[in-house]
Structures are given as C-alpha cells and as structure tokens.
Write a protein that binds this ligand. Structure first.
Ligand SMILES: Cc1ncc(COP(=O)(O)O)c(C=O)c1O
Length: 476
C-alpha cells in the first residue's frame, strides 16, 4: 500500500467507523450468531494472491458487523462499561500508524516520557499522592500478576535470585474475597502460590471483605505454619461493585507485614470524582493498585494503569538488562520495560493522552456523574415496583436486580432469573449480565456507555419487566 493508497483507505475506514457509531443504536445489541457461523464464512486457507482492499472492507459489513456484540451501543448494559471515546480511538490509530516500540527510553523517547507524564496526570486525577509511581499495562490481570510477583519476592526476600518459590520451607498464603475478580486467583496460581494457599475471606451483607474474617484467616495460617504474603482487596468487586474497607484491611496488612494490592479495575475510574473518594479511604497504605482506564473512563481497550509505592522494588523484581538494550542515557531516564512482563511497549499512552486532553477532567467527571445518576434513577424505579428488589448497594453505575413474584417458588428463582435475562439478551433490545451473588442468580445492569441516555434506561427497564412477566407462567 503506497502512502496515497493508505490515505484513501484510511479515510474510507474512518468514514466506515463514523457511520457505524452514528447508526449503532439500530443494531440488535447482541447478534444471533451460532457457534461456528463466522468460521463458516471464512476460507480455511490464506489467500495465495493479494485481495483487493474493497473486498476486505466489504467483509466488515458482511462478516464482522452482523456477528459482534455492540459494546458501544447505548443499551449495552453487560459486564462493565468499556467505552471508546473518539479521541482515544484516534490515539490508538496513531500508535499503530507510527509503529514505534518502547524497548528502552532510547528506542523511542516520547513513548516513555508521554507515558510518564500522562500516568502522573491520571494519578492526580484519582487523588493518589505523589508517593505513587505508575505505568501502563495491557490489562488488570497483568497488573495483579505483577503485584503478586512483587509480593512473593518481598516476603521471600528475593527467592527468585536463589532457588525460587520451590525452595521455600513454608507455603505462602494469599487473601482475597469471594467478591474478587477471577483474575486475582489466576494471578496467584500463575505466580506459583497454589490454589490451596489462596484464601477466600468471608464477606459482609454488602459483599465487602469482612476485616475480622480476614484477621482470623491470617491468624489460622500463622498457627498452622504458613507464611501470609499478600491481601488483594477490591474497590468495585466484580458482581456487585462491592467496596472492601481499605483502611481496616490496610491496618491488618501493616500489622502482619503483608503486601496490600487493591483491584480497582473498573471503579477506580470513579475516583476522579472527589465526592466518591470515601471509597479510597486507606489507599495510601496500600502497596499497589490497578485501575483500567479502558473501562468506564473511555480509553479504548487496552489501557490498565498500575501504581506502586516502591518503584525500586518493582524494578528489582521485573528488570532485565541485556547488553543490546543498554544506552548512555540509562542513568538519566526510565526504561519502562523494567516495570512489567513484556519487553516491547506499545505507545498506549497516546490514547490516554488524547482522551484526557480532548475531554478535560471536567468532561470525564460529567459523564461519570451522569451514569451514577442514571443508576440511581433505575434503582428508584426498581424499588418502587412490587416484587422487584435491589440486592446490593448502588454506589456507582451498576444496579443488581432480582424479581421474586409470589407465584415463582424460591427453588425456581435462579432458573427464572437466568431465563428472563436470556430473553432480554436474545431480543436484541438490550444486553444485561446475569451473575451470582451470595450463591444466587441476579441480574446486573451496568450503565456507562458514552451515548446512554435516560430513555435507554427506561427502555431496558421496560424490556426487563416484559420479558420477566412473560416467563412467570412457565415458572409458576
Ligand atoms: C474488578 C475487576 N478486576 C479485574 C478485571 C479484569 O480486567 P482485565 O480484563 O483488564 O484483565 C475486571 C474486568 O472484568 C474487573 O471488573
């Protein structure tokens, strides 16, 4: 492709994307795709000769669009908001277009320095003190893995420089809660702790970690000869957006000398709102925290910010300095490869930089406040309707709902709940996520797409009530 062809095709693709966003609400939120449908449309072998680009673009309409879930649809209420602001999309495009890699500061100085500055802006935006140092990773799963590797190495006084975790005399234990995201357990397993050494601490009626249960779990492990290593608390637990009591947990971590990691992957974005910083109370006593700007904030996936208080420790655990990457600038600069797992670094900071500048902090704050207010509207509607219940505090933008009509027996409620959620999703009108909390199914309505308006909340609430009402006879 010559630069001129690239210009022409680039314009076409941007036009195509702009049209997509303009008409997105006309699509069913969830496609009716069956397993294998997409593969059946594609040749099993690569094209031997070059295809025309017209054909490639045509397949976007034919193969791709009919078979994706529309995460940017105003009635996408599934999982968590993962918004793509236009400015962020363009930043990502520039990153690919420049095609630079941050192997070291010298390999492309702006990659490092724009990341340093942008991440520090973000730190200030979410109210973290200047004691924190942050970098951009791909995902929260990676950030939490890095946190647990750092925890392991602090507790074992750098076992990696000797015979590793395998030579430790006592098992190291990790503490999190049933409300934690599955990435926490996965990180613990990948970091070598072993499933038997991961404790799921009991939660309170609001699904938050119980400090006294945590204390008991740690004491029991010490009595049995284990070595407690790290606690992972959630600001915004996955199912219900539960908020663990950071300051009590921090106090326990400090007393026992444990690493304290905070998973604020989605909810951490809300800390740009000073009125919500009560959720952050105790954060300054944590060792590490992850916030995904690629969730609610609006930076296109992937952009996970990982902050630590002890930068030298992070560097000591994660550094690799082969001779071909050393340069005379090394004394004066940061080489961000030494903060994480991959060597090569994408220019992810560009999309964060673009989005923050284009929106301004106040623009980002206004949208998050809008979503919080929409969630409160939905909560009021649900609470005002007989037999409908909110099962967890609505502290941010997620509303967790159950419907218990008297004619549906309690042992059929779980199936009934899943059935009406499925009916809403297959209708294409909206997308919602069923999930379990305290062992029972409920439905999460997770608000936060950039274009979601009050009318969309009204529509999803209507769709939910109609779908559920239609299924009552079948489950009575
Ligand atoms: C609380 C929480 N932690 C971690 C994750 C995992 O995020 P990622 O996909 O960036 O690894 C999620 C995302 O679903 C989440 O909600």
């Amino acid at each position: 492709m010559t630069p001129e062809e690239f210009r022409q095709r680039g314009h076409e693709i941007i036009d195509w994307l702009a049209d997509y966003h303009a008409k997105i609400s006309n699509y069913p939120v969830q496609p009716g795709t069956r397993p294998g449908d997409v593969k059946a449309m594609l040749p099993a072998v690569p094209p031997a000769e070059a295809e025309g680009f017209d054909q490639i673009i045509a397949d976007l309409d034919k193969v791709v669009l009919p078979n994706i879930s529309h995460w940017q649809h105003p009635r996408f209420f599934g999982y968590f908001p993962s918004n793509s602001l236009g400015s962020g999309i363009l930043g990502d495009l520039v990153s690919s277009g420049l095609g630079v890699l941050g192997l070291s500061w010298q390999s492309s100085p702006a990659v490092t320095e724009i990341e340093e500055i942008t991440v520090d802006w973000f730190r200030q935006m979410v109210g973290l003190s200047s004691a924190w140092f942050g970098v951009i990773n791909d995902t929260a799963s990676t950030s939490t893995l890095v946190a647990l590797l750092c925890a392991r190495e602090r507790t074992t006084r750098f076992s990696l420089a000797r015979r590793g975790l395998q030579a430790e005399h006592w098992p190291l234990t990790i503490y999190t809660s049933a409300s934690a995201h599955s990435s926490v357990e996965k990180a613990a397993l990948l970091a070598g702790f072993g499933r038997e050494n991961v404790r799921m601490v009991d939660t309170d009626p609001n699904f938050a970690m119980h400090p006294s249960a945590l204390e008991h779990a740690i004491a029991a492990d010490i009595r049995s000869g284990s070595t407690p290593c790290a606690i992972v608390a959630a600001v915004g637990g996955t199912a219900t957006v539960s908020i663990d009591p950071l300051s009590s947990v921090a106090d326990i971590a400090r007393r026992h000398g444990l690493w304290f990691h905070v998973d604020a992957a989605m909810a951490g974005n809300a800390m740009i709102l000073p009125e919500l910083r009560w959720m952050w109370d105790g954060i300054e006593d944590a060792d590490s925290v992850v916030i995904n700007a690629h969730k609610w904030l609006g930076v296109p996936f992937d952009c996970s910010l990982y902050f630590v208080r002890d930068e030298p420790h992070l560097l000591r655990v994660m550094s690799a300095d082969p001779s071909f990457l050393q340069s005379s600038a090394d004394e004066k600069v940061r080489n961000l490869r030494n903060t994480g797992i991959p060597l090569g670094r994408r220019f992810r900071a560009l999309k964060l930089w673009f989005a923050i500048r284009e929106q301004g902090v106040s623009g980002l704050q206004a949208r998050l406040r809008r979503d919080i207010s929409l969630a409160q509207d939905l909560r009021s509607k649900v609470e005002a309707t007989p037999d409908w219940e909110i099962i967890a505090p609505v502290v941010l933008q997620t509303v967790c709902i159950v419907y218990r009509p008297k004619s549906v027996a309690s042992d059929r409620l779980d199936d009934f709940t899943r059935a009406w959620a499925h009916a809403v999703n297959t209708s294409g009108q909206a997308y919602i996520t069923p999930a379990t909390a305290a062992g029972h199914w409920m439905v999460r309505v997770s608000i936060g797409t950039i274009t979601t308006a009050a009318s969309d909340i009204e529509m999803v609430w209507q769709a939910i009530q109609e779908a559920a009402a239609a299924l009552v006879p079948e489950f009575s």
